[in-house]
Structure formats: structure tokens, C-alpha cells
Design a protein around this ligand. Structure first.
Ligand code: ADP
Length: 501
């Protein structure tokens, strides 16, 4: 060591020092540069972090803003849902009554409040009574009076009441809504017409005071739905009232007419009874002298009171013939009045229709032969027996077949058919190939004394009592009678008779 120190001269030491210093400087520079580099990196990182923080801040602000907006939207949605729910309740309430006053009384204040409206009024224009307040919430009497005065000339109100247009204060210039706002102490309002098919029948106004939230477009939608529903319900109620009134009116008229008809029927019955009594009395009075006339004529004709000249004999024969017709007329009249008054005693028995018709066919053989008319019977053996008064039913067949003979030209055909009609009745048809009956005459054919104006009736005598008597007898057997006919082709008289069960 000592040798080393001895060998070490000062220059070398200085050189060494210089080297060491240089080395230190280099080291320092390197260290400084490294630090600068690190500082730069750190700064960059710091900037990055700062930027991230800024972004985070922005995002946080955005989230807060979005949250606020979401809350607002949620609130609006809630309001809308409540509004729609309330609207649906009001719609249900007003559409389930057909009484107009009841309809308005169902629109209660809580429902209007639930829609978000502080104040409301409904005014209906009545043709008879002018204006009628139906609903008013939140307005004083003075304010309502002021509203009525404005109704006549305020352009906003005439726009609704006359033109049927709605008004939303939010869409109007302040100066236009000022008058109404001040009169009713409302800052925002919506006015809608209430429409039916007859046009504007009323108006509805909803409004909020300056303290309450202003009405929005959503509120206008709600009002529009509400007033449309009101219009429809009022229309339904009015229509129902009209129908109900006319129904009551009709019922009253029907009752009145029924009473009148019952009275008239009573009168007719009385008159008919008096007629029957009169006809019966007169017929009885006529029958006795007629029998004497007929008797004297027969005695004179027989010559027991001395021989009489041929000419007088002929006259006497005519007296006899006319007397016979008169006796027949009187008998028919008596029978009709007896049946009408229920005095004709019926003796019901079970009879075979075929047998009845065959007997009558034999009886009328001379007339059938004289006119060369074919009288055909189409009555199957299996046709049920009938439960009838034989003498009366024989008169029915005699009258109908005699008429057919009278109104059927020579060589014609008359067919008598019988068939099953129902479990209780058989049907008989008497069909001829005669002159027929016109449509107009068919409706009167069963009227008493009705005779058709035709050449046969002009030459052959008749009473017009045959068919009414036939109808009475058939109906006295619970049967019905009707006729069908074609002019110049023929006539068919049909009637039903009760089966013997
Ligand atoms: P009358 O035979 O005595 O006139 P009826 O009451 O029996 O009275 O008949 C009324 C009218 O109905 C007759 O005058 C006749 O014009 C019409 N009439 C009835 N039966 C027939 C028939 N089979 N064909 C056409 N006309 C008929």
C-alpha cells in the first residue's frame, strides 16, 4: 500500500479526480434525464387520470340529468295512467245510465281532480230552458255569472259554443285568454264543445289556478275523450227518453183504442142481439100468415072449393112457389138468429161423411141430371168419422152443392173430396167447374144477404143467407170455412169438421 501511495503522483491523482468528476456528472445527467423522463410520464398519466375524472364527472352529470328526466317522464306517465284510469271510470259511469240528470250527477269532484283539473264546469244549452248548469267545481256564483255574460260575446267562447271548436289556453296568446282567465281566476284552461248529432249541445271547461300545474296537450287529449263520451251518453239518454216516451204514448193510445174497441164490441153485441131478437120476432110473425097463405093457395088449387080456371091455377102455383121461398128465407133467418144467440140445440153424433154426402147426392140427383153435371165423390173409406149434428151438417152440404150446381154450366163437374187435415179435424172440399167468383166478391161472400151481381143471380132467386148460415154451422162445430176461386174456371169451398175421437 505504501509503495502504491509512494508511486502515486499528484497528476495522476488529479486525473483520477477528473475522471471521477466526469463520471459523477455523467451519472448525474443520466439520473436527471431519467427523472425528467419519469416526470414527463407521470404528467402524462396525470393528464390521463384528469381526463378520466373529467369524463366521469360528465357521465355523473349525465346520469343525474337522465335520472331527473326519467323521474319527470315517470311522473308524466303516472299522471297519464291515473288520467286514463279515471277517464275509464267516468266513461263507465256516464255510459251505464240512460237518465240525463243522473249521468251528470255521477261526475263527482274527486274524479275531476284525479284527472289533474282543479276546476270544472259543464253547461248544457236547452232549447226550452236556455242554459243549464250540470256540473260546477271550484267556481263561485259570481264567476259562473261572469262566464254566462262572456258566453254571448267572448270570441273564445263563441268559437266553442257556435263553431264546435275546442280551445287550449296553452296555444293562445296571453292577451286572448286574459279576459276569461281573470273572470274565472284560472291561469290555464281547456274548453271543449259537447257534441251530439244535433250539433253543439253544451260546453265543458276545465282549468287550473296560477298555483297549480299548467294544463298540457295530454290534458287536451283527456278532455277530448271525456267530452266525446259525454256527448254520446247524453245522446243515448235522450234517444232512450224519446223511445220511452213514445212507447208510453203508444201504450196509452193502445189502451184508449182497446177501451174504445171493447165499447164498440159491446155496442155491436147489443145491436146484434137486438137484430137477432127483431129478426126472430118478425120471422115468427111472418111464418104464421105465410103458412095460411100457402094453405089457402093449396086448398084453392086442389079445387075443393070449386073448380078454378087454369089461369088462376097458374097464379096460385106461383103464390105457392114464392111462399116456399119465403118460408125457406124465414127458416134460414130463424136458424141464424138461433145460432147467434146460442139457442140452437145441437145434437152431436158420430157419422160417416161418405154416407152423408151419398144421401145428399141422391137427393140432388134430379138437378144434377137436368144439367148433365157429374157429381164425383172422392172420399176414401179410411177418412175418419165425424162428430156432428147431422141435420145441420146436411144443410151445409145441401147449400154448398146446390150453389155449385146453380153456378156451374151444363155438363160441368162437381167433386166432393174429404181428407185428413189434422189429428182433430178432417177437411172437405167442394170443387166445381163453374163461373167462379171475383177477388172483390170473395171478401164479402160470407156476409149476410150478399149476392154477386151476375146473370145467373139475376134470373134465379136467392136470399144471400145460404153461405152465412153454412159458416155459422161450421163454426158451431169448431170448424173453419174458406173459399178459393178463379173466374170462369171454378170455385172450391173448403171446411173442416171435428173427428169423432
Ligand atoms: P144465394 O145463393 O141465395 O144467393 P148464398 O149465400 O148461398 O146466397 O151465396 C151468396 C153468393 O155467393 C151467391 O149469390 C153467388 O153469387 C156466390 N156463390 C156461392 N157459391 C158459388 C159458387 N159455387 N160459384 C160461384 N158463385 C157462388
Amino acid at each position: 500500500m505504501e509503495a502504491f501511495i509512494q508511486n502515486l503522483n499528484i497528476d495522476t491523482f488529479v486525473d483520477w479526480l477528473a475522471y471521477i468528476s466526469l463520471f459523477s456528472v455523467i451519472c448525474l445527467v443520466v439520473a436527471l434525464m431519467t427523472k425528467i423522463e419519469r416526470t414527463k410520464r407521470l404528467k402524462r398519466d396525470l393528464d390521463k387520470i384528469k381526463r378520466s375524472f373529467d369524463q366521469l364527472d360528465e357521465q355523473a352529470k349525465l346520469i343525474v340529468r337522465t335520472d331527473l328526466e326519467l323521474n319527470k317522464t315517470q311522473e308524466e306517465l303516472d299522471k297519464k295512467v291515473t288520467g286514463l284510469y279515471t277517464l275509464q271510470r267516468i266513461s263507465h259511469l256516464v255510459s251505464t245510465t240512460l237518465d240525463e240528470n243522473e249521468l251528470f250527477s255521477r261526475i263527482k269532484q274527486p274524479l275531476i281532480s284525479a284527472l289533474g283539473f282543479e276546476k270544472a264546469l259543464i253547461l248544457i244549452f236547452d232549447q226550452q230552458h236556455g242554459y243549464a248548469w250540470k256540473t260546477t267545481f271550484g267556481f263561485s256564483q259570481d264567476q259562473l255569472q261572469a262566464f254566462l255574460s262572456l258566453l254571448k260575446d267572448d270570441p273564445l267562447l263563441t268559437q266553442v259554443a257556435q263553431d264546435g271548436k275546442s280551445v287550449n289556453s296553452a296555444k293562445m296568446p296571453v292577451k286572448d285568454i286574459d279576459r276569461l282567465s281573470r273572470a274565472l281566476d284560472i291561469a290555464s284552461f281547456i274548453i271543449n264543445p259537447i257534441l251530439t248529432q244535433d250539433g253543439v249541445i253544451g260546453i265543458m271547461l276545465v282549468g287550473n289556478s296560477p298555483m297549480a300545474p299548467a294544463l298540457t296537450e295530454g290534458d287536451q287529449d283527456i278532455m277530448s275523450i271525456l267530452t266525446t263520451q259525454l256527448g254520446q251518453s247524453i245522446e243515448n239518454a235522450r234517444l232512450f227518453e224519446e223511445v220511452f216516451k213514445s212507447h208510453q204514448d203508444l201504450e196509452r193510445k193502445v189502451q184508449l183504442r182497446t177501451r174504445e174497441l171493447a165499447n164498440a164490441l159491446e155496442q155491436v153485441k147489443k145491436i146484434s142481439k137486438a137484430k137477432s131478437q127483431f129478426v126472430s120476432a118478425v120471422s115468427h110473425e111472418l111464418r104464421t100468415p105465410l103458412t095460411s097463405i100457402k094453405g089457402y093457395a093449396s086448398i084453392l088449387m086442389a079445387g075443393t072449393m070449386g073448380e078454378i080456371p087454369e089461369q088462376i091455377k097458374e097464379r096460385l102455383a106461383k103464390i105457392n112457389k114464392h111462399s116456399d121461398s119465403l118460408v125457406q128465407l124465414i127458416n134460414n133467418l130463424l136458424d141464424i138468429s138461433r145460432i147467434e144467440s146460442g139457442k140452437l140445440e145441437m145434437r152431436f153424433e158420430t157419422k160417416d161423411v161418405r154416407e152423408i154426402v151419398e144421401n145428399i147426392s141422391d137427393m140432388l140427383m134430379p138437378q144434377t141430371k137436368e144439367k148433365q153435371i157429374t157429381l164425383a165423390l172422392e172420399i176414401p173409406t179410411e177418412v175418419a168419422k165425424v162428430h156432428v149434428d147431422l141435420s145441420q151438417i146436411e144443410r151445409v152440404f145441401i147449400n154448398l152443392i146446390s150453389n155449385a150446381l146453380k153456378f156451374t154450366p151444363e155438363k160441368g163437374t162437381i167433386t166432393v173430396e174429404a181428407k185428413d187435415a189434422s189429428p182433430e179435424f178432417i177437411q172437405v172440399d167442394i170443387i166445381d167447374t163453374g163461373i167462379g167468383i171475383s177477388e172483390a166478391d170473395l171478401t164479402h161472400i160470407f156476409d149476410e144477404f150478399y149476392r154477386v151481381d151476375n146473370p145467373i143471380n139475376q134470373s134465379l132467386k136467392g136470399t144471400g143467407l145460404g153461405l152465412p148460415l153454412v159458416k155459422y154451422i161450421v163454426e158451431a162445430h169448431r170448424g173453419t170455412i174458406w173459399v178459393t176461386s178463379t173466374q170462369n174456371e171454378g170455385t172450391c169451398f173448403s171446411f173442416t169438421l171435428p173427428k169423432a175421437l
